[in-house]
Design a protein around this ligand. Structure first.
Ligand code: NZQ
Ligand code: ZN
Length: 393
């Protein structure tokens, strides 16, 4: 069991109608002038945004709104938000949406008090020392950003997608009403289910083998998503089913399923290049890559892949061949992804064969032009990255 520090300070307010508590929560965390940040329109169409702004008005809390955050949120929008917050004297940020809106909010929160350009944090050139508080009303269980310490932003200049992690990025509160997720299209629900699973799997597949409590939590969470996600697609307005997925999304990325493990994160790093270059949904990109990554690295800890196959995917163990059991587990998860309508290759994801030049560019960006490796189960060099993109092609 590796040493660890577990810090999950976000107040979770979970249940039907909990968005009515937003004004009280903003006051509790010191907000008096709020930026309400949202996406391309789902929160407007559902009436959620107007319910929230009406609540702020009734509570006498001043606010400004900024909509238009796109999936794979852009640096240009973050810069707009920073300008608006400075001009309006905003002291609290409220994200109403999914991971993209929350991540955009988090970036704005760091950029407002910083004299330089906010991209400095993502480019590794600066560390933040102050930030504005952020709260969120979650409408899409997927990214786990509502409780995570990270924000992922795409620089419009060159399509470079980068994450930045700091405890300052933990939301003060996360309002989670499963009913707000009833309007999600099947595709986004499925992408979310993949992302939720992957946040735990990135922590589960490591060289470590001695964290029984964490493994039990991880395997239970993964089995729950396997069971619930297809049912949610069949019954999108089931409160009970939507609740399971929503809570799994937060627990999968608040650190709980990684206590005592090293964590790998290679599939995420490889995927960020895919969604940076092709503007695809993050969860679908993960589904397209994972099987190839797994086949490339499984020899590094075969028993872990066997355990996953048996305990999570319900594969019968072939005691003569760990390789066969591991492969059956990988195939079973790919079949599950397909059953949700997810791609299991880049070709299925983008609708065309990607070129050698595109693979080389993604490997360049992912490896910092050959200066960095990613992953811990197997440290992937630039050429390993190219090999995995080719296998996933
Ligand atoms: O923009 P609107 O109109 O709101 O539509 C959104 C968007 O088109 C729609 N949507 C959201 N809630 C809805 C809804 N449609 C109908 N009803 C609702 N209730 O869903 C679409 C996708 O939204 P987005 O926020 O982009 O999805 P997601 O939550 O999956 O977030 C993806 C982003 O999070 C990053 C990803 O890389 C990607 O940029 N991640 C952030 C992480 C973090 N901060 O910890 C970790 C993750 O690994 C991930 O990298
Ligand atoms: Zn993710």
């Amino acid at each position: 069991m590796k040493d660890f520090s577990y810090y999950a300070p976000t107040q979770v307010v979970f249940g039907r109608g909990t968005e009515d508590q937003v004004s009280d929560l903003i006051r509790k965390y010191g907000g008096s002038k709020v930026l309400v940040h949202y996406g391309g329109g789902s929160a407007v169409r559902s009436g959620l945004l107007s319910r929230i702004t009406a609540g702020l008005e009734a509570a006498g809390i001043a606010y400004v709104t900024l909509g238009g955050v796109v999936p794979n949120p852009r640096l240009s929008m973050v810069r707009r938000g920073i300008g608006l917050c400075r001009e309006q004297g905003v002291d609290f940020l409220l994200a109403v949406g999914g991971g993209s809106v929350i991540d955009s909010c988090k970036a704005i929160s760091m950029g407002v008090p910083y004299e330089g350009d906010v991209w400095d944090f993502y480019a590794g050139k600066a560390k933040p020392s102050e930030w504005l508080p952020v709260g969120c009303v979650l409408t899409l269980p997927a990214s786990g950003s509502e409780m995570s310490d990270s924000s992922v932003i795409t620089n419009d200049d060159g399509g470079i997608k980068k994450g930045f992690n700091t405890d300052g990025y933990r939301c003060r509160f996360a309002v989670m009403d499963p009913e707000l997720t009833y309007t999600l299209p099947a595709w986004q629900t499925a992408c979310g289910a993949v992302d939720i699973m992957m946040h735990t799997m990135e922590r589960y597949f490591s060289k470590d083998d001695d964290m029984a409590v964490t493994d039990a939590l991880a395997e239970g969470l993964l089995r729950t998503v396997l069971s619930v996600a297809p049912k949610v697609l069949a019954q999108p307005r089931s409160y009970v089913l939507r609740s399971q997925l929503m809570w799994a999304g937060s627990l999968s990325h608040n650190g709980l399923t990684g206590c005592g493990t090293t964590g790998d994160w290679a599939t995420h790093k490889l995927e960020h290049e895919l969604s940076g270059m092709f503007d695809v949904s993050h969860g679908a990109g993960l589904a397209a890559l994972w099987g190839s990554w797994a086949r490339y690295v499984r020899k590094e800890n075969m028993s872990r892949f066997v355990r996953f196959a048996v305990n999570v995917m319900g594969v019968e163990q072939d005691f003569r061949s760990p390789e066969a059991t591991a492969e059956a587990g990988i195939c079973a998860l790919e079949d599950f992804f397909r059953s949700l309508g997810m791609p299991v290759s880049i070709h299925e994801l983008t609708g065309r064969e990607i070129t050698d030049a595109e693979i080389a560019e993604m490997a360049d960006k992912c490896s910092g032009w050959g200066t960095m490796s990613v992953g811990s189960l197997m440290k992937l060099s630039r050429s390993d990255m190219e090999n995995i993109y080719r296998m996933a092609r």
